[in-house]
Ligand binder design. Structure first.
Ligand code: ADP
Ligand code: MG
Length: 348
């Protein structure tokens, strides 16, 4: 099932929760909606599900206009951040719920439902847990059951709203890898909402970065990480050093530093470079003279804080070594070359 979103807007008093969203999702794709809190992710999922009507715009499932269809008619699967399992029902009853509550004409018989429940318990790797109650499950297990319940109805699309958001960090990482494998087996068209960039980049075929009700950038995880289209995306995804300067005739200049910036218009500009893309180098026009102000070691990662003459903000440089390289020491004078960087024009 493909999903097409066209010109969706949703206003609340004083806020545009959705501000003209256009997005096409291919059949079988796993797409992450990534954005900070309040950027409109949940509103968008609710509009797709039919839990909420947009002020303007259309939602199409394949070429069927679903804009006016109800939640039930759309047949979407939904998993929320907070476990929404029915506490008084067993795991098996929870999974069967969507099928049992169908109108009689479309309701499978008991044996078929039981078989489907067993298949789903296998799929989410909890085959022995059908007789338990939700209170007898861990947080991660509850979300796996919530996913099985969402899949039971053979949904047109699967909508997951920060499904691992309430779980601790280690379980989150395990579950997102598990979900990725599960997706490869089911091929279910899936929209996954998260505010966690690692989760989005690791899990998704494509990432949609949202900002204040708008789509800021759509791309593969590689494109989003390595070719952020805007300063907002650069700073939202991973860490960023920012250096003020100017572009003149396709060259970025900041003090003694000069770098190619052929794609950026002349005028005030900012250089964006990730800490691990600042590498030690010989002096030269492509390198920044800097002085080491601090060195922090965390596991195999060494982060150095560097002062650049004429700039108030310290830069961060990062290397990964397991004790092999000597690393920088405080007070040392060094030169740094941005191995990979982006230059964005900005208004004065
Ligand atoms: P996200 O899921 O990305 O955190 P939401 O979609 O929940 O964002 O919210 C987007 C914006 O819309 C926020 O500013 C939020 O306060 C506002 N909003 C969402 N739902 C309502 C509502 N029912 N009434 C008023 N404002 C709302
Ligand atoms: Mg939300």
């Amino acid at each position: 099932m493909q999903l097409h979103l066209q010109g969706l807007t949703k206003h609340y008093p004083g806020v545009a929760a959705l501000d003209g969203i256009d997005l096409d999702i291919a059949s079988g794709e796993l797409v992450a909606l990534l954005g900070p809190s309040g950027s409109g992710k949940t509103t968008l999922l609710r509009v797709i599900a039919g839990l909420l009507h947009a002020d303007q715009g259309r939602v199409l499932f394949d070429d069927i206009d679903a804009t006016r269809l109800s939640l039930r008619e759309r047949n979407v699967g939904f998993v929320f951040q907070h476990y929404a399992l029915f506490r008084h029902m067993t795991v098996a009853e929870n999974i069967a719920f969507g099928l049992r509550s169908r109108p009689r004409a479309r309701r499978p018989d008991k044996a078929t439902i039981n078989k489907r429940v067993q298949e789903l318990l296998q799929l989410v790797q909890l085959p022995e847990h059908g007789g338990r109650y939700p209170d007898q499950l861990s947080g991660g297990q509850k979300q796996r059951i919530a996913l099985a319940r969402a899949l039971a109805i053979d949904p047109s699309v699967l909508l997951l709203d920060e499904p691992f958001g309430a779980l601790d960090a280690k379980v989150r990482v395990e579950l997102r890898r598990w979900l990725r494998k599960l997706h490869e087996r089911t091929g279910q068209t899936t929209l996954f909402v998260t505010h966690d960039q690692d989760e989005a980049l690791e899990l998704a075929d494509r990432v949609v970065v949202m900002r204040a009700g708008k789509v800021e950038q759509v791309g593969t995880p590689d494109q989003i990480y390595n070719a952020p289209a805007t300063p907002y995306v650069f700073e939202f995804i991973g860490r960023a050093n920012v250096l003020e300067g100017r572009v003149e005739q396709g060259r970025f200049q900041s003090g003694a530093l000069q770098l190619d910036a052929a794609d950026t218009q002349d005028g005030p500009a900012r250089l964006y470079v990730r800490p691990h893309d600042l590498v030690l180098s010989e002096p030269g026009s492509g390198a920044l003279p800097a002085r080491v102000r601090g060195v922090l070691r965390l596991g195999g990662r060494v982060t150095s804080e560097l002062e650049i003459a004429g700039h108030t903000r310290l830069l961060e440089q990062e290397t990964f070594d397991a004790g092999a390289a000597p690393g920088l020491s405080v007070g040392e004078a060094v030169h740094l070359r941005p191995a990979r960087y982006r230059v964005f024009a900005h208004a004065e």
